[in-house]
Ligand binder design. Structure first.
Ligand code: COA
Length: 275
């Protein structure tokens, strides 16, 4: 193989359509960085990097709303608690952020990915005239194949998640402007409605379920809902980790040491007399 062919093969190995760098030149998705700096917002940059084009102003506003809503949920949230504990054990900020982000999965923070899949299942089953029936079938399918807990609904602390309604109101406004279709919002509301009928109580849409409506309406693939949530929560994680660096407590556990945990194992016994 000639040297030129080898070089081409190596370049192909790291091929990308995202970032073009040469000495003295940086471009993202074709736009020179010097044109982007000061001109586009961070959410627009996220959109450009993930989707390859710039969003319309209405779509940019919608994309901005979801990550603002989910930056933090206090020290009881596992992701935030872990950031504090990691710093108290001596980890620098980057280590604390990495540890905390790793807890964001289907149950905590990462439910948006599954929620989009659920809404898409509803939409595929048919949305004209019978969306509640489609929602019921999608609920049955999810419950029998994955979990009795529907992603994006319910909350341990909030009887009604205060972040969901403002997000849905923004989606409704964007629908009126013609910026998005409203199909994901309809699917999510149908799930909530059918769940309430079946359970006899409201299991309200939570932040992940509402944010998933935004990401779905905007055409983001389901795994990106979790990815963007991680970007958002990283802000809260960083803030709490930084706050913790200013404190003297070291090796902070999940509870002050005067609180005991419950031991449920064998009573004390002895190795004496054992073979
Ligand atoms: C967030 C969550 C862990 C809170 O759970 P919890 O308040 O401890 O709920 P419990 O396990 O005590 O359930 C209480 C009842 O509500 C029901 N319920 C709670 N969340 C539900 C959900 N998402 N889907 C269906 N039913 C749900 C339970 O089935 C249970 O009903 P039952 O009494 O008939 O058995 C749970 O709602 C959940 O796993 N949601 C899905 C994941 C998610 O969206 N996570 C992001 C949270 S911001």
């Amino acid at each position: 193989m000639s040297e030129t062919e080898l070089r081409e093969q190596a370049a192909h190995w790291w091929r990308t359509s995202i970032c073009d760098i040469a000495p003295g030149r940086i471009a993202y998705r074709g736009y020179p960085i010097e044109e982007l700096i000061g001109r586009i917002s961070f959410p627009a940059m996220v959109w450009l990097m993930l989707r390859g084009e710039l969003p319309t102003p209405a779509r940019e506003r919608l994309l901005q709303a979801a990550p603002v809503a989910s930056v933090d949920h206090g020290p009881h949230a596992p992701s935030i608690a872990i950031a504090q504990m990691a710093v108290s054990c001596g980890l620098p900020l980057n280590g604390a952020i990495a540890s905390a982000i790793n807890t964001l999965d289907d149950v905590h923070g990462g439910a948006g990915e599954e929620a989009i899949e659920l809404y898409e299942d509803v939409l595929q089953r048919g949305e004209v005239g019978s969306i509640d029936r489609a929602a019921g079938d999608a609920i049955d399918h999810f419950t029998s194949t994955r979990s009795k807990y529907l992603p994006g609904f319910g909350h341990r602390f909030h009887p009604v998640d205060p972040r969901a309604e403002p997000i849905l109101a923004l989606v409704d406004a964007a629908v009126s402007e013609g910026a998005v279709s409203g199909r994901y919002a309809n699917a999510a509301r149908a799930i909530e409605r059918v769940l309430q009928e079946r359970k006899g109580k409201l299991i309200p849409m939570n932040i992940d379920g509402a944010a998933a409506v935004i990401y779905g309406e905007l055409g983001f693939a389901a795994p990106l809902a979790r990815g963007i949530f991680c970007l958002s929560r990283a802000v809260g994680i960083l803030a709490h980790a930084w706050e913790q660096t200013g404190r003297k407590d070291r090796n902070k556990g999940p509870m002050p040491k005067q609180f005991e945990y419950k031991y449920e194992g064998q009573p004390r016994r002895s190795l004496k007399g054992a073979p």
